[in-house]
Design a protein around this ligand. Structure first.
Ligand code: NAD
Length: 430
């Protein structure tokens, strides 16, 4: 099939490359000219395992193309995916201006029957607004269909998630679009769930809100565990063995971050408010999430209060491992709060340093984790990279002024850390 992705970010680029891989002809279009130029010169603007090879292969066999000529990309395609950003507005609601711009572009370039697929995460009712915009602004009687096809990939494992996802949700209102969408996704071998458009839009928000709630729930349990002397990792393990609960998303830590959960939870809240519904659970989910980072900062400050001109090594900047994305990363809040109290920061991340430098310029960035641990009063673990799990603890200890590790990701066994001579403070464990 001839496919156009409007928006070549994490979702558009990865989905476009995967759809090309299974035999479609895909044009990834974006208004960001420098991004398109980079892609055309072989530079991949984001880090995602497996993506570079996938792009190279499909550029090579001419199934993948990058352009900033949105009109041409739409005109030469039958399936038009909208995969632009939907960042939060000041009041928490989703900013739909990019989605609506894409709808106007589609209306202006509607030269034959097309299926307009909304892949961006959008509030319930957006696909119908997209339909309205195209209907009002198109200059002919050419028919089109609208589909909601929310994306569930996770940054850091995006390619794997597309080929090995739990489900593909397709919200449709006509049989023709339903058949074409089913055929498109059949080669992936992932269960396809077909429903109406509004329910499909709600499935995405409800899923992210539920996962965020799971994270906040285990963080609340962790905070009580600290008071009671229970070990939250043991509690989560015992809970997760119950099939009704499941083991994933039960890692206590610094709360959720990234470009999706924070904004999607806020958007559900905004939708609830608009509909005069008081969504009590999600209000608490957000409060707990904000608090989790504050609790961590307080733990650090409590430990360093008697030290003159303290320095800390911050290990991890990305909001989670295997990505260079720092949007809403706990590291940003933690660094800013500590820096304000005069603490010197040495930071290291395997791949997110250059993106962090664009936001925070006045701290010391290090080229290895051991350099970040050199001559510091405490090491803070902020992202759970494997590299940190496998660090040489003896070497780290020798490099530090004092062996204090404050771990926001529960990477180590407290008993082992005590044997190694560390003062080790983690989350939900004494
Ligand atoms: N990143 C994720 O892990 C993830 C997962 C699932 C769903 N989503 C959702 O998918 C959507 C896209 O997210 P993302 O992370 O890929 O965003 P992103 O910011 O990485 O990419 C969006 C791209 O759209 C481009 N764009 C904006 N307006 C445009 C227009 N009118 N025409 C062409 N291009 C335009 C931007 O230049 C940018 O390159 C969001 O709604 C997000 O919530 C993201």
């Amino acid at each position: 099939m001839d496919i156009c992705m409007i928006g070549t970010g994490y979702v558009g680029l990865v989905t476009g490359a995967c759809l090309a891989h299974v035999g479609n002809k895909v044009i990834c279009a974006d208004v960001d000219i420098s991004k398109i130029e980079k892609l055309n010169s072989g530079e991949i603007p984001i880090f995602e395992p497996g993506l570079e090879q996938l792009i190279k292969e499909n550029l090579g066999n001419q199934r993948l193309e990058f352009t900033y000529d949105i009109k041409k990309a739409i005109e030469s395609s039958t399936l038009i995916f909208i995969s632009v950003g939907t960042p939060p507005c000041k009041d928490g609601s989703a900013d739909l201006s990019y989605v609506f711009q894409a709808a106007h572009d589609i209306a202006a370039s509607l030269n034959e029957y097309k299926i307009v697929v909304d892949k961006s995460t959008v509030p319930v009712g957006t696909a119908m607004k997209v339909k309205e915009i195209i209907q009002k602004n198109k200059m002919n009687h050419i028919p089109f269909s609208v589909v909601s096809n929310p994306e569930f990939l996770r940054e850091g494992s995006a390619v794997r998630d597309i080929f090995d996802g739990d489900r593909i949700v397709i919200g449709v209102e006509d049989k023709k679009a339903q058949e074409i969408m089913k055929n498109l996704y059949e080669p992936f071998g992932v269960p396809i769930y077909i429903t109406d458009i509004i329910s499909a839009e709600m499935i995405k928000y409800a899923s992210n809100a539920f996962l965020a709630a799971k994270i906040s729930f285990i963080n609340e349990i962790a905070n009580i565990c600290e008071k009671l002397g229970a070990d939250v990792t043991a509690v989560a393990c015992g809970m997760g063995m119950d099939k009704r609960i499941g083991p994933s998303f039960l890692n206590a830590g610094l709360g959720y971050g990234g470009s999706c959960f924070p904004k999607d939870v806020k958007a559900v809240m905004a939708t609830a408010k608009e509909n005069k519904y008081d969504f009590k659970i999600l209000d608490a989910v957000m409060q707990v999430n904000d608090n989790q980072k504050k609790i961590f900062v307080q733990k650090v400050l409590n430990q360093l209060c008697d030290i003159k001109n303290p320095a800390v090594g911050v290990l991890g900047l990305a909001f989670k491992p295997h990505t260079d994305d720092i949007r809403e990363a706990p590291s940003l809040y933690i660094i800013q709060e500590l820096r304000e109290t005069g603490i010197r920061i040495k930071a290291y991340d395997p791949i997110a340093i250059s993106k962090t430098k664009e936001v925070i310029s006045d701290i010391e960035y290090c080229s290895s984790l051991y350099e970040a641990c050199n001559d510091v009063d405490a090491v803070l673990i902020v992202t759970e990279w494997d590299e940190f799990k496998n660090m040489n603890l003896d070497l780290v200890k020798r490099k530090m002024k004092a062996p204090l590790m404050i771990d926001g990701r529960n990477l180590f066994d407290p008993k082992r850390m005590a044997e190694k001579g560390f003062e080790y403070i983690s989350v939900g464990r004494r």
